[in-house]
Design a protein around this ligand. Sequence first.
Ligand SMILES: Cc1cc2nc3c(=O)[nH]c(=O)nc-3n(C[C@H](O)[C@H](O)[C@H](O)COP(=O)(O)OP(=O)(O)OC[C@H]3O[C@@H](n4cnc5c(N)ncnc54)[C@H](O)[C@@H]3O)c2cc1C
Length: 371
Amino acid sequence: MQIQKNVPLAPLTTLGVGGNARYFVEVRTEAETREALCWASERELPLFVLGGGSNVVIADRGFPGLILKMSIGGVECGPENENRLFWAGAGNSWDPFVSQTVAEGMAGLVLLSGIPGTVGGTPIQNVGAYGAEVAAAIRTVRVLDRRDGRVVELPAAACSFGYRRSIFNTEERGRYLVLAVCYSLPKEASPELRYPDLLAFFSKKDTPPSLQEIREAVLQIRRSKAMIIAADEEDSRSVGSFFKNPILESAAFAELWSRAEKRGLTPPSYPTGGGKHKIPAAWLVENTGFPKGFHRASVGISRRHALAIVNRGGATAAEVVAFMGEIQDAVEALFAVRLQPEPVFVGFESCGTLALPAERWIGKQNESTLS
Ligand SMILES: Cc1cc2nc3c(=O)[nH]c(=O)nc-3n(C[C@H](O)[C@H](O)[C@H](O)COP(=O)(O)OP(=O)(O)OC[C@H]3O[C@@H](n4cnc5c(N)ncnc54)[C@H](O)[C@@H]3O)c2cc1C
């Protein structure tokens, strides 16, 4: 384990903004992860786990503690009744892992092809795309608990997965370091193609598409929206969708509806049960006067995706946060809906949050419990 000082973080993120880590370490094993945690704890330094950096906004002043870059690799698989289990180290890049499962004939993750980041990042916000969510495939999440230093296998039911949520980004934020994720994929399943773009893609096909064809379609659609990271694609210098789709209670939904109607607009909406409705954040942003391609100096909306805030080159985190606030305020003034950002803000005092201080724990080395 090698602790480095003053490491620039912007190049380790897809948005490419922010300052340095005071301390930085890349860990490749569980033992190194423990060691790094102890190192930060002994010095009472805040600690933040960085995966692929595809869902973070780093503050311009950087991070005052230890950035732990999670790079535990390895994938093991084996049968379990009708399913196949894949234990993947948290530091694996997500898409090559998805590609491996598709090559082995598993459909469970195919709709999540092309999402940037790491395996360990997927349970944090329960990544989802094209009608699929990783929650449906996760069996257990192997974590190091910062409270007591124990390694625990959390069953999916204990993770409280929901739309872009889990215990990892809500009530237990900062408590667990994800070491590995076990996915359980049915051998025979083929994915349900519900998403309009995918249905349109295959509309002229007479026979059901193969898994590989579905993966290629997802990648092609994502590429057309700059939702795949490419060095030569400026519009992919983002965190993907910057805002979550709001889920409104009936009163808030009625208010939105009446405000939209007065402007001659009909908001698209999807019932989510209990009288609540999910509204596409992209619709709110576009209809508030922030069309694709709109920009303020180095920060703007992607030309290919209405929800992606893009660093057009040389942007600062302050500019990104100011642009985010401008959109939030304008949408709220017009539609009475406050958009919530999707990425995690690192090193800011008053914006989202952040790394908790590394808590002191007396961990018995190599202790592991199953629950
Ligand atoms: C072009 C683009 C397209 C995207 N498309 C989608 C999409 O379709 N659907 C979607 O849901 N998301 C999407 N995203 C967002 C992002 O890719 C995912 O949220 C991804 O899972 C983040 O993983 P990461 O490893 O990059 O995490 P990071 O960005 O490094 O970290 C994000 C959060 O997860 C935590 N974290 C990461 N790894 C660990 C770990 N091992 N242990 C504990 N905490 C950890 C971090 O501390 C932080 O809080 C997109 C992003 C981009 C740039």
